[in-house]
Design a protein around this ligand. Structure first.
Ligand code: ATP
Ligand code: MG
Length: 353
């Protein structure tokens, strides 16, 4: 029997509360679909950092590299600065495992109140492809002239041809695979003098290899407005690290809640494990109450199965989420208008499979 070996990092806060729901959904799915699922738990988190001064052990990356995929909850703790969890765990995993694609669905699910008027499921359904390893998020730069009248800070963005081409190509390939041949590029070539004109020229060049794919390019400001005014027009939206980051929270925002949205950090060549996580963070304000919505984590598990080559399992999980949300008597967590807890909603989804 085929079996998958998964590294599980629940992390902090609600990460530790929603993760068990995703694991039990995965176990049920594996039984139904006839494959095995092995989980190895890693308690790497900000809590670990507070005790040991490290987010993960020195050989953490080599431990993770043994697994087929990584399922992450959320890391973050009020007393720990964000850059510790980012640069101590998330960014090393994304960069060292060359997870240069961050793929996020923007889809309105049934039973989730949409902040946009008159939208129903099916109206909003597209994908964001974010560059995940370079671009604006670099460590190059610094503060200059400290303490002098000319003090300031400088931050360098890096767009290599290698890094730019591979994310753009992924977006075109993904649109082709989806059977929705349309790619929108986020740019800002009227403001960023060097990087975005370069991005645009690579976009135009690569698009020539995909003559059947319709393209358009929007400046990030008007693109953000169009996400709200006419989300129906999009199929695949590709953006740099910074623009993709902003758009991929705006996306779940226009579909009602960040709590149900997943995020996949993908190494398309499959040389290294990919990592799947919910969009939301550790939500310290509601942690410990077991009222967090587990759907983002469960949807992340569905994306993981798709990536591992089990599309039927992925569909089964999505169908269960949608069926449960569509029912009037569904146990709902408070963020989507109910009074149920994490475990009740998780169990309802699992029982659907
Ligand atoms: P991070 O810095 O880790 O991204 P954050 O401070 O941005 O964390 P999130 O954890 O992403 O905050 O969540 C923002 C708010 O949305 C939370 O304070 C919480 O109230 C709500 N929220 C997030 N995730 C969920 C969830 N799964 N269920 C219910 N509410 C949630
Ligand atoms: Mg956040």
């Amino acid at each position: 029997m085929k079996s998958y070996d998964i590294a599980v990092i629940p992390g902090d806060g609600i990460g530790t509360e929603v993760m068990p729901e995703a694991l039990s959904v995965l176990e049920r799915t594996a039984d139904v679909c006839g494959f095995g699922m092995k989980f190895r738990n890693y308690d790497w988190s900000c809590e670990t950092w507070l005790k040991t001064g490290k987010m993960m052990p020195d050989d953490g990356m080599s431990q993770l590299s043994q697994h087929d995929s990584i399922l992450l909850g959320a890391v973050g703790f009020p007393s720990v600065p964000d850059h510790i969890s980012l640069w101590g765990l998330l960014i090393p995993i994304r960069r060292e495992f060359h997870q240069y694609v961050n793929l996020r669905p923007v889809r309105l699910l049934p039973g989730i109140p949409c902040p946009l008027a008159n939208k129903k499921p099916g109206d909003i359904d597209f994908w964001i492809v974010r560059e995940n390893c370079e671009g604006e998020y670099s460590q190059i730069g610094g503060v200059f002239g400290e303490g002098t009248p000319s003090e300031g800070a400088m931050q360098t963005a890096v767009f290599t041809r290698y890094g730019t081409d591979r994310i753009l190509r992924y977006a075109f390939e993904y649109a082709r695979k989806l059977g929705r041949p349309h790619v929108t590029s986020a740019t800002k070539s009227n403001g960023l003098f060097h990087s975005m004109p370069y991005w645009d020229s690579r976009f135009e060049d690569i698009s020539k290899d995909y003559p059947e794919v319709r393209t358009d390019q929007y400046h990030i400001d008007i693109l953000a407005a169009r996400f709200v005014m006419s989300p129906e027009r999009f199929d695949v939206v590709v953006g740099s690290n910074l623009f993709g980051d902003i758009l991929s929270d705006l996306g779940p925002g226009v579909t009602g809640t960040i709590a149900v949205a997943p995020s996949a950090n993908i190494n398309p060549e499959r040389k290294y494990p990919s990592m799947f996580e919910p969009v939301h963070g550790s939500a310290p304000d509601i942690a410990g109450q077991f009222i967090a919505n587990p759907i983002g984590q469960i949807w992340a598990a569905s994306m993981m199965m798709e990536h591992l080559g089990e599309p039927e399992a992925a569909k089964l999980i999505m169908k269960a989420i949608e069926t449960v949300l569509d029912r009037p008597d569904t146990p709902r967590t408070p963020d989507i208008g109910g009074t149920a807890g994490t475990r009740e909603l998780g169990a309802a989804i699992r029982d659907q499979i």
